[in-house]
Design a protein around this ligand. Sequence first.
Ligand SMILES: [Ca+2]
Ligand SMILES: [Ca+2]
Ligand SMILES: [Zn+2]
Length: 312
Amino acid sequence: MRSLFTRPRALAVLVAGSALAFSPLSGQATAQLPVDQVNPCFAPAEGPSARGGHGADHRELSVAEQKAIDAKTAQLLAAKKARGLAPAPGKLAAANVPVYIHVMRSSSGAGDVTATQINQQIAELNQNFAGGESSSAANTGFTFTLAGTYRYNNSTWHTDGQSTTYRSQTRKGGKNALNIWLVNFSYLGIATFPWDYSSNPKIDGIRVQYTSLPGGSATNFNLGKTATHEAGHWFGLYHTFQGGCTSTNDSVSDTPAQGSASSGCPTGRNSCSLPGLDPIHNYMDYSYDSCYNQFTPGQSTRISNMWTAYRA
Ligand SMILES: [Ca+2]
Ligand SMILES: [Ca+2]
Ligand SMILES: [Zn+2]
């Protein structure tokens, strides 16, 4: 999830304090953010530390939880492989993802986007997941096709109110379908993870600030990369700063460990003494849209595994 303003930290704390939900695979209910608030993507107000140095602004997955998810995923992958449902050795999953866009306008029509913007957003997703922005970017093999655009006039839904209700009532397609709800809230975006689909299929998808679409008014975040970032979570990627300066960090080996989120485009940033500069150009950091240019091969492999395990 990415967020526009500094307010979300308080919101996250509030939600964390009131929610009793989901403990991945451990079977234990603990006070955590609800499943659809997992891994919120904050993009605080502009400034040198705008998206960095705010450690507790979203629910942190513990190392144990990460390990449990990775173990569960490996188990599912092995089962699919045994049934001949996994990619051949050395191959990665690939698919064309149907995309359903839900434009949640206010009762007076605020928050609309044009068909051109939607087409540009789909094109941006296609370019980004094809590795089209950098020679070091991975081509994930995933493509996106607009399957439908739906427009609503509901001021509560427009501001992301009753989100479980509106998502349940409007979601289209199966586990392979990417639903994007365009709303006006204090985040840039919020995503659900693939391992939560089976228990919460009706809210699966991403919520995206409507002004972040190409040509929108979200300064520094209006090239359509928020949808790319949120889709990354939807495919099972963590932030590149997940886990901080640890060798496991984001469960991807070719994204250098990162101590905290980046802000802007801080060339040469090196927040961990572990090898490599911070992956500030990675779609799963918090950099400006103009700074983003890649998913890595390791992230592509993780996307493939997650797809095979949970969405294929
Ligand atoms: Ca990493
Ligand atoms: Ca480093
Ligand atoms: Zn995020």
